[in-house]
Design a protein around this ligand. Structure first.
Ligand code: CA
Length: 409
């Protein structure tokens, strides 16, 4: 259910700090507890489901009612992205975010989305928004480790958090405050704005039956996962998405990871590899991000600030739902129309990769003070949440699989 809450002079507090301003329209999706809590802090402000109260508050101040939005100041923003224009899931997720902002603001904040290389190259978007060439960017924080090693914790790390655990850490476990601290020196305000869910282990032309099979494996796997593979004896390669198919087909690489069935099917990777391995130990729930120029954000009235942040929340949820639904149907196509040979990595291989991952991820903590702080906060949350996930999600999934006569994970 969606509640519209309006209070003429809402107080600022830690949770609501993004919404302060002389006039506020908020959409709160939450529990009764939260609403009562909010009302108590707001000091008995007006609450009505609908627009009546916002109009009343505006009349009280002699302002134009919000429904007459044409008379209010409008904004035109640019969003630069690291994705090809309209790329399924990621690019369309950025489009969804822009559309939500425009619709919720009734056109007062318009956002034009630029695909990779339309305005700036894909890996320049962070710097472009930081220097004010665009107001918003859409990407993934592990791309910016050259600017800050600590940024990697806010996308995904090998054997890190699932999508649900990641959202728990960011929204209710202190992660968001740390992310803001990391991006503040760049004049940027970050927000989670999408998630791919658990990715796939990748496409292989070599069977992986033991740790020894990783030796000499030439695989396209970027970032921290690539470093883990290197320590396991493999040769990590970084290639852009568009080169994966031909590299795999020509034998230039033995294996590649990409995303999951939805995106992998579209690239036709099943035509160039023998085996499709799972799980994606290296990207267990990759968070996509929106970052906003702090200067541009501060120039918005409070209601538009709330709309930008809540549109990011909607986009964060919508992309994950889309990936789960489309991965599911694409997997069926791969298995039943293209007869893909689906394989699970052996336990001994996953165990070795996990040991090496802990080593690689813990080394980020040695890079600088903020990386040390975030590594410890992230690790503490992960260690704790694993106990809950084990007796909730994992126990249930095992029980469900056992009931279907499948191998309990
Ligand atoms: Ca990937």
């Amino acid at each position: 259910m969606i509640y519209v809450i309006h209070h003429c002079r809402m107080q600022t507090d830690q949770r609501m700090d993004a919404y302060n301003g002389p006039h506020v329209v908020m959409w709160i999706q939450g529990t009764d507890m939260k609403r009562r809590d909010f009302l108590r802090r707001a000091g008995g402000g007006a609450l009505v489901a609908g627009a009546a109260v916002s109009s009343a508050c505006n009349r009280e101040r002699g302002e134009t009612p919000v429904t007459e939005s044409g008379s209010r100041k409008s904004f035109q923003w640019k969003m630069v992205t690291t994705w090809p224009k309209n790329f399924p899931g990621l690019g369309t997720g950025a489009n969804y975010l822009a559309r939500q902002i425009e619709e919720m603001s009734d056109g007062r904040l318009r956002v034009k989305v630029y695909g990779a290389n339309e305005l700036v190259p894909p890996f320049e978007v962070f710097n472009a928004v930081s220097r004010g060439a665009a107001e918003m960017g859409h990407g993934a924080s592990y791309y910016w480790k050259g600017s800050s090693e600590a940024a990697q914790f806010f996308s995904t790390v090998p054997f890190g958090l699932t999508a649900m655990e990641m959202n728990a850490w960011l929204y209710h476990g202190g992660g968001m405050d740390l992310w803001r601290e990391v991006y503040a020196p760049f004049g940027l305000l970050p927000a989670a704005a999408g998630n791919t869910g658990v990715q796939m282990g990748g496409w292989f032309n070599r069977e992986i039956n033991s740790v020894a099979d990783l030796k000499g494996l030439k695989m396209r796997i970027p970032g921290l996962g690539g470093e883990v593979l290197r320590r396991a004896g493999g040769t990590p390669v970084n290639l852009p998405g568009g080169e994966l198919f031909t590299s795999l087909q020509s034998g230039a690489i033995d294996a590649t990871e990409w995303v999951g069935p939805y995106n992998d099917l579209a690239f036709g990777l099943y035509k160039a590899a023998k085996y499709y391995y799972y799980p994606g130990w290296h990207e267990p729930g990759t968070t996509l991000e929106c970052f906003v120029s702090k200067k541009a954000f501060d120039g918005l009235p409070g209601d538009l600030q709330g709309i930008v942040l809540n549109a990011c929340r909607a986009a964060n949820q919508d992309m994950l739902a889309e990936y789960v639904a489309r991965n599911n149907s694409a997997l069926q196509t791969l298995l039943h129309e293209h007869n893909v040979d689906l394989r699970r990595f052996p336990d001994a291989v996953l165990s070795r990769l996990r040991t090496l991952s802990d080593e690689v991820v813990s080394e980020i903590a040695t890079k600088d003070e903020i990386s040390r702080k975030i590594y410890h906060a992230f690790s503490e949350f992960r260690d704790q949440v694993v106990a809950w996930t084990d007796i909730s999600e994992r126990a249930y999934l095992n029980a469900r699989a056992a009931g279907q006569g499948q191998e309990p994970g």
